[in-house]
Write a protein that binds this ligand. Structure first.
Ligand code: 13P
Ligand code: SF4
Length: 311
């Protein structure tokens, strides 16, 4: 698209000049994904890409908690976040003080946090998980008392999945949710299945258990892309996750039909080429992701435990 071309050329030139790498989540605008990103994917893939990043500068085009994870994994590198509206309704629902209080009341529990949390919250928790590995990791943790935070809907899906797998663990939950995924309505699935007989319904584990139980596939954003690339049974897809993924899927799989409407995350969508160029040229203090050494050490242990249990 012509309006983006000058930005894209300049950003790609600046990237080389500054030995920078751009990591972008699948929910951000397509001109970022296809124009300037070096790595795209879900939270788990991006945290692995951040760990392996061979660059002096990391530009994290997503939300703050993901950029903080990159910083915890790369203390010697400068990490910049282009958007100023870089929150997340899940990460913002809980503080490190909240976790400390919960730990006092639940001393026998292993604290498992979703990756959608600040580094300070991770530093208070034992193991971190993402949407792509939450079920397997909780099953593998050698403890039968789990406190899962902050996503209540994902936590309910986790409780259901553990029962399905015959895993007997007490799982306590916190009360956060993702304002995007919480909006989807399970009744639509039934209506659309009548309309599209070869419909495949894919939902993210941040959706309600009502939705998850009516879905054909429950997966992270990368898991959904992988499924659709391989799938031969369906010809139309309902993606119950942030809208950006449907755009990516449509661009990569033009022969398949994606059913809308879908909902947008205002935080992810606040990233722009203009801001990426701005932080590459002259970053301000607010754009630089910093975490204290103490928080970093605790968060890193929590993230490393995820890699340990996931592999
Ligand atoms: P994924 O790890 O599945 O990409 O999810 C991240 C997220 O923020 C979902 O809303
Ligand atoms: Fe957070 Fe939801 Fe946006 Fe994902 S979609 S970044 S969980 S607010």
């Amino acid at each position: 698209c012509e309006q983006f071309a000058p930005f894209i050329d300049e950003i790609n030139r600046l990237k080389k000049e500054k030995n920078a790498v751009i990591l972008a989540h699948s929910y951000v605008h397509p001109e970022i994904i296809y124009g300037v990103a070096d790595f795209t994917g879900d939270s788990y893939k991006l945290s692995k890409d951040a760990k392996a990043a061979d660059a002096d500068l990391i530009i994290f085009v997503a939300v703050r908690f993901m950029a903080e994870t990159a910083k915890a994994l790369n203390p010697g590198k400068k990490v910049l976040i282009p958007s100023r509206l870089n929150g997340c309704s899940l990460a913002d629902s809980i503080t490190d003080d909240d976790v400390r209080r919960l730990k006092v009341g639940n001393p026998d529990f292993t604290f498992v946090c979703y990756i959608n949390t600040s580094a300070a919250v991770k530093a208070e928790c034992d193991v971190c998980v993402t949407s792509s590995n939450v079920y397997d990791i909780v099953e593998r943790i050698p403890s039968d008392k789990i406190f899962f935070l902050p996503d209540k809907l994902m936590g309910e899906n986790l409780q259901d999945e553990m029962k399905k797998r015959g895993v007997d663990k007490e799982i306590k939950l916190y009360d956060g949710n993702c304002y995007v995924h919480a909006e989807y309505d399970a009744d639509r699935i039934v209506r659309l299945r009548n309309q599209y007989p070869k419909l495949q319904v894919l939902s993210h584990p941040e959706c309600s258990r009502d939705i998850v139980q009516k879905s054909d596939v429950v997966a992270s954003t990368s898991g959904m892309m992988d499924f659709m690339r391989e799938d031969r049974a369906g010809d139309s897809y309902l993606l119950l996750t942030e809208c950006g993924l449907a755009g990516r899927a449509q661009a990569e799989m033009p022969g398949k039909t994606f059913i809308g409407p879908c909902l947008e995350c205002k935080y992810m969508k606040s990233n722009s080429l203009e801001d990426i160029r701005r932080v590459l040229v002259e970053p301000e203090a607010e754009d630089v992701v910093e975490i204290s050494d103490q928080v970093r050490a605790g968060a890193l242990e929590c993230i490393d435990n995820m890699f340990k249990y996931a592999e």
